[in-house]
Write a protein that binds this ligand. Sequence first.
Ligand code: FES
Length: 109
Amino acid sequence: MNENKVLCRVDDVPDGGAVAVDVASSTGGFSVMVLRQGERVYAYHNECPHAGRRLDWSPGKFLIKDGVIICAAHGATFDVPTGACLGGPCRSGLAGVPVSIVDGNVVEP
Ligand code: FES
């Protein structure tokens, strides 16, 4: 049996961009940001470590430039491949969500 949780299709994520996926959980669910750079995908909780706000300025609309995620609230910047804080008011990086690609789907193991 395949127990992987499908977040979205790889093709749903624009190359160099990101989408937001709502994930159900026993605590009411949360939003995950899924990013893509070519054949690679990355995922992080859609929550900024600075003040806990969502990273997107409108649901699913993220500011991403040259491989850097910019928090829409106060401008903290994060590295797409690692989630590390690069600048601005953040003191730590984004909380990662492990994902892989299975049959064209982005899945959470
Ligand atoms: S909540 Fe993201 S920079 Fe303040």
